[in-house]
Structures are given as structure tokens and as C-alpha cells.
Design a protein around this ligand. Sequence first.
Ligand code: HEC
Length: 263
Amino acid sequence: MKRAWWIALMLPGLASATPKNWEVFKTTYGTAESSKIFASGCNVCHVEAKFPGRNSYGAALEEKSDNAAAITAANLHAIESIDSDGDKFSNGQEIQADFLPGDPTSHPAGEPKAPPATTSGGTTDRPEAAASSELIPLHSFHPAVVHFPIALFLFGILLEFWGMRGRPEARLAAKYSLIGGAAATLLTIPTGLAVFLRSGFKWEGTPLLHFILAIAATALMIGVSVWRMKEEPTSKLYWALLLLTGALVAAAGHFGGVMVYGA
Ligand code: HEC
């Protein structure tokens, strides 16, 4: 008897707080009563067998809602471009076509027109299904090649200054190190762009800063290298340019590190 009382007391609480998410969903998308999504109800976001466990779509929403009492329309819109269940169709595409965004077996026929992003930007967690179906890993080998321009170019600067103090062989070594560093950007820029586009980073904040600094650093590295190929510069302008370029390379590397390891 006592237990029945507790359940009776808790029911209104449950009914008012959490299934509200269903109401928010229906209102946001104007879900028709005849639709497949409507028939799935709570299981658009929950796993029937492990209720109220969240499926991949529900979990993505929960993360966006910051465990607030209920999700908002903004939370729903925020994960529309993501493919939570890893079936290659974004949540938005699936909801529009009346398929379940948290069920990898439910999706429109054929191939998606535009492949969706697999993460919500800045985060590295993503559905396993999407990870294993990709031939080229999401990092696109950017982390493997990104150290070459940084290390070679900065080492080249060091050698230039060493060579300036009466060590001609250091200046010769510096030349090849600087040119090698600039040449390595041929690998880092395309792989970096690939990560940007494939992992759904937004063009804002740290990723944007990293991108701008990397492009600026690359332009200057190439400029310095071309100059260095032609002659062995001794002007103040050259040393200033060398230091500026080194600072940009270091700054680009720093913000790249922040993107991966956090601030
Ligand atoms: C649009 C997605 C969505 C739908 C549809 C939905 N829920 Fe939820 N539900 C969530 C999320 C996300 C949470 C986690 C708490 C939060 O962020 O609101 C949650 C949490 C809950 C919880 C709390 C359990 C816990 O572990 O904290 C219960 C109970 C629940 N939902 C019941 C329901 C019922 C019943 C329905 C159907 C009427 C429903 N939900 C429909 C997204 C949804």
C-alpha cells in the first residue's frame, strides 16, 4: 500500500517534467499524428528496452540541454546537422523525412545528398557506427603531419641566428630547415581543412583563430623560404620577418593544441 502512495505522488512529477521533452519536440517540428515519428513517441529519444535510457539522439540532446528540466527548441535545432545514429543522414534530414534520428536502421533510402557532420563541433565524441564506416579517420592525418612545419621552421630560425654569429654552416642548414618547414605546409593545410570540414567544427572561436593563424603563418613561411632560396639575407627586415613568422607558427600551433587538449 505504501508503495502505491509513493507512485501516486511521483506520477504528476514525472508527467510534468520529463515527457515535456516530447511536447517540445512535437511543437518544434509540428509532428503530425499520422507520422512514424509520432507513433514512436518517447522512443524517438529513449530506448524502449532500457527505458528511460537515452538512444544516441536522446543522449546528444541531453548533452546540449545541460541536464536542464526540459529540452528547448534551440537544443533540438543545435543537433540537426549532426548524424547521431551514424546512418549517414543528419538528425534534421531524418526528422524531416519522418525517420528516427536515434535509430541507425531507420533512415531514408539511398545516399544522403550532403553527408552530415559527425560531431557537434569542438567535441570528439561521436557515434561508433560513423567512426567504423570511414576509411580515412576523422583526424585525416593532420596530427601526424602538423609537427613538421612547426619543428623544422622553428629549428631553422634557431640555426639562422646561430649562423649569424659566425657559423656559415649553420646558415646553410637553416636554409634547408626553413624551406623544409614551408614545404611541409603542403600536407598540413589540406589535412587541416579536411578535419575542419569532416568533423563539423564551426568557423568561430578557437578553430577559426587556429585557421587564420595557420594560413597567415603559411603565407609568411613560403615568403621567407622564397627569399631564402634566392639569397642569404642580412637585413634587419629579414630578421624581423623571421621572428614574426616564428611567432605566428607558434601561435597557430598553440591554438591547434587548445582545440585538441582544451585550454
Ligand atoms: C525529444 C527527445 C525526448 C522525447 C521524445 C522524450 N524524452 Fe524523456 N528525456 C529526454 C532527455 C534528453 C532526457 C534527459 C533529461 C533532460 O535533458 O531533459 C529525458 C529524461 C527522461 C526521464 C528522466 C529519467 C532520467 O534518467 O533522468 C524520464 C522518466 C523520461 N525522459 C520520460 C519520457 C517519456 C515518458 C517520454 C514520452 C512521453 C519521453 N521521455 C520523451 C528526451 C526525450
